[in-house]
Design a binder for this molecule. Structure first.
Ligand SMILES: Cc1cc2nc3c(=O)[nH]c(=O)nc-3n(C[C@H](O)[C@H](O)[C@H](O)COP(=O)(O)O)c2cc1C
Length: 316
């Protein structure tokens, strides 16, 4: 069993302490553990070139074509990190909340995952064995939940391209200065519990794995996110009254009998579940259709493209 800790917080900071506590439980259970702090690596921003997805489309249409991967592959440490991560059975990720959301360092890292989409790499043989990775997510902030509203959900949204199943999450609250969390034994204990959950999940057959966090955590019964929003028509006309912003599950908000509401999945509510490869492939169809339409009509915008390209304003 191999578990990787990934920290996006300060050296000696609260996220690092919590991830180390969780990893200690894994190590005591016999797991081989590695720990990285993203501050120690050269990780460049995704350039937005879409070369990876364009190549993936080409390989899908002609499997003899070679996938060259990310254009930054030889320019930073991302390749090295992901290649190890994709051999791990578990990951425990600790990220500080900045402005209600995960720190930019974590998002810079995670937004490079697209070029390393696990299901695609397995298909083309770049990864030989499916690690069926499970994850525990830790958000750590100086405030209570009301100032950390988007961190865990945004972290969850970065897991799909890696086909990682999130089995546990925790939010560490009111930790400002480095080491603050050491004054909060209940948070340290919860992090340790997360480590135990990860070990237990890895030791459970893949199809029997399940959510191991607090049962009433979040609103979505599928991914336990708290972000449920009013659904709008999808590109192909599908619509649900309410949807989970993180996993894409569809359903409705119904009274729970205790004066509150619960999110109940529709019968077909998981057809857009981003955790399922086939449902994600449906999204690929949307991308392909959008691209096809663009290329068919590209001639119409030639002059306008030049107009905006030539338009200049003073920078700073
Ligand atoms: C730029 C910046 C923005 C922050 N924004 C928030 C915030 O919106 N909510 C919050 O709870 N904490 C916020 N914090 C506090 C950190 O999340 C907190 O200090 C945390 O413990 C840092 O984790 P670390 O010790 O692992 O680096 C912010 C800190 C910084 C530097």
């Amino acid at each position: 069993m191999k578990i990787m800790g990934i920290v996006a917080g300060r050296h000696g900071g609260n996220s690092e302490i919590l991830v180390k506590e969780a990893l200690s439980a894994c190590k005591e259970a016999g797991a081989e553990c590695v720990l990285i702090n993203l501050f120690d690596y050269n990780i460049r921003h995704c350039t937005g070139c879409e070369s990876c997805t364009v190549q993936m489309g080409q390989v899908a249409m002609d499997p003899t074509k070679k996938y060259k991967g990310c254009v930054l592959k030889d320019k930073d440490d991302m390749d090295k990190i992901v290649n190890v991560m994709q051999t791990c059975n578990g990951v425990i990720i600790g990220v500080p909340t900045y402005d209600l959301t995960p720190s930019a360092l974590y998002l810079t890292f995670a937004q490079r995952f697209l070029a390393y989409e696990l299901s695609f790499r397995l298909q083309i043989g770049d990864v030989t064995e499916d690690p069926h990775t499970v994850a525990g997510l830790i958000a750590c902030g100086g405030s209570c939940r009301d100032w950390q509203t988007l961190t865990l959900d945004a972290m969850g949204a970065t897991m799909f391209t890696q086909s990682v199943r999130v089995v546990d999450q925790m939010m560490a609250t009111r930790n400002g200065r480095p080491g603050n969390v050491l004054l909060r034994p209940e948070q340290l204990a919860r992090a340790r519990k997360m480590g135990e959950h990860i070990v237990e999940a890895v030791n459970t057959p893949v199809e029997e794995r399940h959510w191991m966090g607090e049962p009433d955590f979040g609103m979505c019964p599928n991914c336990h996110s708290s972000l449920i929003y009013k659904g709008e028509k999808h590109w192909d006309g599908i619509q649900f009254p309410f949807e989970c912003a993180v996993c894409g599950a569809g359903g409705d908000l119904v009274p729970d009998g205790n004066g509150s509401y619960k999110f109940v999945l529709a019968e077909n509510g998981l057809i857009r579940d981003r955790n399922i490869n086939s449902a994600r492939a449906e999204h690929l169809n949307e991308i392909m259709e959008t691209r096809k339409d663009f290329f068919a009509r590209q001639g119409e915008i030639k002059d306008l493209m030049k107009h905006y390209k030539d338009m200049t304003f003073p920078a700073v």
